[in-house]
Design a binder for this molecule. Structure first.
Ligand code: NAD
Length: 425
């Protein structure tokens, strides 16, 4: 039996620990601005429930591997916990906690009745066969079963997971319940109760936020996108559809650049066929680092946390950064971007389209009813633009960055819910 347990050396500052430090820093700033007392701040800084599980996986050759899995419910004061499920070799309890915390503020900011959660399994899905992935997913779900449910905690796709993963989650939970429970998970295939518009929802939200922040015609606006997965590829597509010129994109295989604008639809087809953007013939190769430093109007980080740092922030020339990813900018980088006059539309606002349409999917599941794509699009746009306007106005009124304003609103709403409910016992 081989053990695939990630190192937990206490002295090691993992990217996950850095993400959690960023999330705590943002919370501290908002708590100070709101004048929250220490007790309440500490409550908001600590997750309500954290579960670490060991997930045994039978490999095709008969070996048994054991991987670490996590589910963290950061806060449930405003409703059931909600948050994605990530399969990535680098994930750890700190990263999952940070992502759960950001989910709490995000749901409160856009006004949907959820708390925040996140799940993760420290595994590289590309290294597993489909059957191994299915066994891993089902075993992980059975391990976290006591925490999840349509009234308790509802997972969704994140890095390394997709609709198929969500179908396995729904089936595993339903088999245990003895009947179909579509509302236990969102981002499902349509045939299992998925919602129209969910696949592209996060990217549509990124497009809505980017265009609102631009405040001018998107015609000819240049864009670079880091990450060409579920969020990045469709964000590039929707921005291109709106008239922007997407000049560069990257994924884990490499980065590509074309000054005249990439044909995003062709690039998506190429990446789907070859497994990545590297080698796309209608573009030049670019280094991962250079993508961040291009002279573009808009930069969309849509991969992982901590990619805009104090090291590269001084060289970022984009006028607008729209965070498709969660936690892409470190607090030090934030200060540099603000000082340089770069407008940052923060993750908890810019990528909220995913959880908004997840919420709509859950509402449809709970009512056994389906809305049209037009109805979904309208509700998504309304919630995104309402939140955008609130954040923009508060930032202007109080001299805050958009991230600070978004946190003041999100944290403030959760704090208010705590105070109204009171402490049990
Ligand atoms: P995904 O697994 O579908 O795609 C991730 C992409 O990032 C891949 O193209 C991968 O190749 C690329 N990538 C990884 N490391 C990279 C690197 N060093 N340089 C360049 N590219 C790199 O994941 P996703 O669902 O698109 O999620 C991306 C981000 O968006 C994450 O931060 C996630 O938490 C956030 N997010 C996702 C959703 C959603 O609905 N899926 C919603 C809100 C936020």
């Amino acid at each position: 039996m081989s053990i695939m347990v990630p190192s937990t050396t206490p002295a090691l500052i993992t990217p996950g620990r850095q993400a959690l430090d960023s999330a705590l820093h943002q919370l501290d700033q908002a708590a100070a601005h709101l004048g929250l007392d220490d007790g309440l701040r500490t409550m908001l800084a600590t997750p309500r429930r954290s579960l670490t599980v060991s997930v045994p996986v039978r490999r095709e050759d008969g070996r048994l591997d054991v991987v670490q899995g996590y589910r963290v419910q950061h806060n449930v004061s405003r409703g059931p916990a909600k948050g994605g499920l990530r399969f990535h070799p680098g994930t750890d309890i700190h990263e999952v906690t940070a992502l759960a915390m950001w989910m709490t503020w995000k749901c409160a900011l856009v006004g949907i009745p959820y708390g925040g959660a996140k799940g993760g399994v420290a595994v590289d899905p590309a290294g597993l066969t489909t059957r191994e992935l299915e066994r891993l997913t089902r075993r992980y779900v059975s391990e976290i079963m006591p925490l999840i449910g349509p009234e308790k905690d509802i997972p969704a796709p994140d890095v390394g997971t997709d609709e198929q993963t969500m179908a396995w989650v729904m089936d595993t939970y339903s088999v245990s319940a003895g009947y179909s429970v579509p509302g236990v998970v969102t981002g499902k295939p349509m045939t299992l109760g998925g919602s129209l518009g969910r696949t592209g929802a996060t990217s549509r939200g990124v497009q809505i936020a980017a265009l609102a922040a631009l405040g001018r015609s998107p015609e000819g606006v240049t864009v670079a996108v880091q990450g060409f997965g579920k969020v990045g590829a469709l964000a590039a597509q929707y921005l291109s559809d709106a008239g922007c010129k997407v000049v560069a994109v990257s994924d884990v295989t490499g980065a590509v650049y074309r000054a005249a604008g990439l044909d995003v639809a062709r690039l998506r087809a190429y990446a789907a066929e070859t497994g990545g953007v590297r080698g796309f013939h209608q573009a030049d190769a670019l280094s991962h680092e250079d993508l961040f430093e291009l002279d573009v109007d808009v930069l969309v980080p849509a991969a992982l946390e901590g990619v805009i740092t104090e090291a590269n922030a001084p060289r970022i020339r984009a006028r607008l950064v729209v965070e498709g990813a969660n936690g892409p900018t470190t607090p030090g980088a934030d200060e540099i971007l603000a000082a340089n006059g770069t407008l940052v539309v923060p993750d908890i606002l810019a990528n909220a389209g995913g959880v908004i349409v997840s919420y709509l999917e859950w509402v449809q599941n709970m009512q056994a009813y389906a809305w049209s794509s037009g109805e979904i699009e309208l509700k998504l746009r309304d919630l995104m633009l309402n939140a955008f306007t609130e954040v923009k106005s508060l930032a202007a009124e109080r001299g805050l960055t958009m991230r600070q304003a978004a946190h003041v609103i999100g944290v403030g709403r959760v704090a208010e819910a705590h105070q109204m409910r009171g402490l049990y016992p």
